[in-house]
Design a protein around this ligand. Sequence first.
Ligand code: URP
Ligand code: ZN
Ligand code: ZN
Ligand code: ZN
Length: 484
Amino acid sequence: MTTVIKGGTIVTADLTYMADVKIDGGKIVEIGPNLSGATTLDASGCYVMPGGIDPHVHLEMPFMGTYSADDFESGTRAALAGGTTMVVDFCLPDPGQSLLDALKRWDNKATRATCDYSFHMAITWWGEQVFNEMKAVVSHHGINTFKHFMAYKGALMVNDDEMFASFSRCAELGALPLVHAENGDVVAAMQAKLMDEGNNGPEAHAYSRPASVEGEATNRAIIIADMAGVPLYVVHTSCEQAHEAIRRARQNGMRVYGEPLIQHLTLDESEYFDKDWDHSARRVMSPPFRSKQHQDSLWAGLASGSLQVVATDHCAFTTDQKRTGLSDFRKIPNGTGGLEDRLPMLWTHGVATGRITMNEFVAVTSTNIAKILNIYPRKGAILVGADADIVVFDPSKSKTISAATQQSAIDYNVFEGKQVIGLPRYTLTRGFVAIEDGAVKTREGHGHFVKREPYPAVSKALSNWKELTAPRKVERSGIPASGV
Ligand code: URP
Ligand code: ZN
Ligand code: ZN
Ligand code: ZN
């Protein structure tokens, strides 16, 4: 059964042109004029783009005494409704737990996914077992990324020595380390001080995690990665200080990537000063929303290429879950949603305003991360042979974002009331039309795990360089006799 997407303009990270796209067996089989097939999808007036890839989501995540409310079914349904066709979740071993046992839990949860998915493996503790299992994770389980939390002291946080050991192991395995960069020790001390002073509301969450704690940790992770000889991917880059560290590293020749979130690009710190406790608590996430100056820095980074990816960190908690922290902001589960809204919000605030081009939009929502994750051009491309993960995006379609009409399981939306221009007409996941003019036709279990091979090129380049510049003993002749 062939499908043809007809009459649209193909927009990729580097090209814009009119052509039809023919799909067979879940793959793109032909691109060109006047194609025909068993089924035709009308793309006139639309942009035909690679489906979004969100490399940062937490579906049914065990966190802060509860589980995030969107699971792999509702989360990926929200993704497809918003034009995203692949998500990458984080497998989180408990302290002392085998990485491979944790992976079984994640495999099990993800069987309900409606679009393709992959996992990052988190390094939540360190020991010989973790060192050994990292190899199996890469070579047998198709995971080439390892996440490190520099925050959440007493829970997910790892220390510098553990990070250096893990980064060095990543270098050996051709894997890419990821960091949540905030100084967890300083955050914990600031949280305790704010509570002692009677500052127990959600605004104190933001006060306890200023931009400097993120900038410091980002810089520290970059230096540790450089010493270990690995590239580095910094998740949820939210401020100028972190962006500056990434920019500087890149200018010095380091392979460092930065990932702003759509929330940080479009929502600011004033959300935490709302008189309505629920309003503010629903927006508690780490790092917190920042000022307009930080937003400008992130937009500039996307336009100039110093930041490469826009994600969501989708980690949705209901209002009831958020209320666990009514008398102590430290107990408000950290996280916000965004999977359904990432593409429309970025189009509206990025492309429609002229801050980024359509091609840059494709780059930062899909193609760049496909390359970074080493799944390009199977994903992130409109090319013959690529998976038919496609969004047919209608730039004239608009809506007002509302929890009442969203796919996510939670009872609110942090973008509530925002008008967006640009929505999917169709979203295809491996050729299957899951979204059709607002109608949701997703199929539970349709999603497949996407295996990701290690990065031979980058890790070989870095290890060659490390070897060339490694410490070497100076061989000396005429050593003075001892004791003279
Ligand atoms: O607040 C956040 N970001 N929650 C999800 C976990 C994380 O730190 O990414
Ligand atoms: Zn994080
Ligand atoms: Zn409100
Ligand atoms: Zn996250």
